[in-house]
Design a protein around this ligand. Structure first.
Ligand code: FAD
Length: 453
């Protein structure tokens, strides 16, 4: 390793000045940015899979895309960098799914694989009703998603990172992946990008922006023995945060269904983070965990004699709310969401309010939709510029405010299902994804059990 590169790696340490007074510090890891380049020699890479549809990213969005594509008769591969499927819900510990019914008419507007997953988890006591929504045991969700993948003969690649595409003109003909077996390639007719950050879409040249005022990420934890309710703990943190080096902030918590007093804590934010930047992501992971040590210390010191706080589980990845925002054939707007506009190519329905976490204070700013429910059109997921890539999940094409509403899982799960159907249709007909008739996608979704309005 070159000396300069080695120093770069060695510099990955919490700033020493901050360590001098640990309790007062808000230390951030620093990594020296690359200052030179080296040439990588061309090499032949083994093609481990040739399929119709390759899904990158295995949250529920990605798994549901893979399942729907398989149900359409496609041969499917699914690539996930973590050791389990589920994305923010499992690796990030976030355990709330919102309601499946409309605001006013109380009619069912979300069904499909979201409903099936809830029902399967309900049978084993891994779901608790929260108003009209649901609290999930997300460890059980991991196993449920494994089952779904295997039942549908999808080829799973866990511990596998999508690295780059092989492009021929504007089409991706293969992707290079990296895992314990080295660098490999998967050829596919169509790709679904469900990586959250849109890693493939970016590499394929789809236009995107990193918006000003990104919603900041949060490291979640499961903790037992906290004082009374989440609210009580949040008040304690607000009272004592200065002593433990925490900035003013806002958060929330939710109990873990079936547990005795275990709280899923999303109490803080890591501000000033662009999580699609590797160095900033590294620093944010370390700072997110530091924050949890700080509020555990608050609980230990001020939580009262009856409580013995115990940190049971740290998210294996920081929960990322927002990174790259892509522009596809249509950009969903705040007005579309608030006015509950109907779209002929609608593939998802939602009610969750616009919820933007302030990038400096962490406060949640809400705006309520004025109708029964809003819709997400297929045209936010496909672009004429990338004929064989479908977007699914949080990177779909929206403005900042609309994003604040559509970003919840019950909405994004539906984009996964629609992406799988659209990708399978495009692969079977050798069409560009943007040429697939939305009516056909909607018909297939309805036949497969989704609620299509
Ligand atoms: C702290 C927090 C609290 C939230 N609270 C709620 C809530 O209560 N309810 C709710 O519904 N929503 C909530 N949200 C929002 C919601 O969780 C996310 O918007 C949603 O999960 C995003 O889904 P996704 O499928 O787009 O992305 P992700 O869930 O991030 O999935 C992307 C997947 O792709 C994988 N991946 C990424 N890059 C690569 C790569 N290069 N190669 C291979 N795999 C890759 C990741 O490991 C991951 O599994 C919250 C978000 C956060 C961060």
């Amino acid at each position: 390793m070159k000396r300069r590169t080695f120093l770069g790696a060695a510099a990955l340490a919490v700033t020493t000045g901050a360590l001098a007074d640990e309790k007062k510090s808000v230390g951030r890891a620093v990594v020296t940015p690359a200052s030179d380049t080296i040439e990588e020699k061309p090499r032949n890479v083994p093609v481990v899979q040739q399929c119709d549809v390759c899904v990158l990213g295995g949250s529920c969005t990605g798994v549901f895309a893979a399942v729907r594509a398989a149900q359409m008769g496609a041969k499917v591969a699914l690539v996930e960098k973590q050791n389990a499927f589920g994305g923010v819900a499992t690796a990030g510990l976030v355990n709330i799914w919102h309601k499946l019914i409309s605001n006013k008419g109380k009619e069912q507007i979300i069904g499909g694989l979201t409903q099936r997953t809830i029902e399967n988890l309900q049978r084993i006591g891994a779901v608790a009703k929260r108003g009209h929504g649901y609290g999930l045991n997300t460890e059980e969700l991991k196993i449920e998603l494994d089952k779904l993948v295997l039942e549908h003969a999808i080829t799973p690649y866990l511990h596998t990172f999508y690295a780059s595409p092989r492009m021929e003109g504007d089409r991706a003909t293969a992707v290079f992946i990296e895992n314990k077996s080295g660098r490999q390639a998967i050829r596919a007719k169509v790709f679904v990008d469900a990586t959250g950050d849109g890693d493939l879409a970016k590499d394929a040249g789809l236009p995107f922006e990193i918006r000003n005022g990104l919603q900041p990420p949060t490291t979640c934890a499961k903790i037992s023995g906290l004082p009374r309710s989440a609210d009580g703990m949040l008040k304690l943190i607000a009272q004592h945060r200065d002593e433990f080096g925490l900035a003013p902030d806002h958060g929330w918590g939710a109990s873990v269904p079936g547990s005795s007093g275990v709280e899923m804590c999303a109490y803080r934010h890591v501000f000033d983070t662009t999580a699609s930047d590797a160095n900033q992501l590294t620093a944010a992971e370390i700072d997110g965990r530091r924050q949890i040590r700080a509020y555990m210390d608050i609980a230990r010191k001020y939580g009262g004699d009856d409580n013995t706080p115990c940190l049971l589980d740290l998210a294996s990845t920081i929960g990322i709310r927002e990174t790259r925002a892509f522009t596809a054939n249509y950009k969903l707007t705040e007005d579309d969401v608030l006015q509950c506009r109907r779209f002929p190519d609608a593939i998802a329905n939602g009610t969750y309010h616009i919820d933007v976490h302030d990038p400096t204070t962490g406060r949640f700013k809400f705006k309520e939709p004025r109708g029964d429910f809003y819709q997400i059109p297929l045209s936010t997921m496909v672009s004429d510029k990338t004929p064989n890539i479908v977007l699914a999940g949080r990177m779909i094409s929206t403005d900042r405010s609309a994003f604040g509403g559509i970003r919840v899982m019950v909405n994004l799960n539906q984009t996964g299902e629609a992406a799988g159907v659209a990708a399978a249709l495009a692969a079977s007909r050798a069409e560009a994804v943007s040429e697939v008739a939305a009516e056909s996608v909607r018909e297939h979704l309805a036949k497969l059990g989704a609620v299509v309005v």
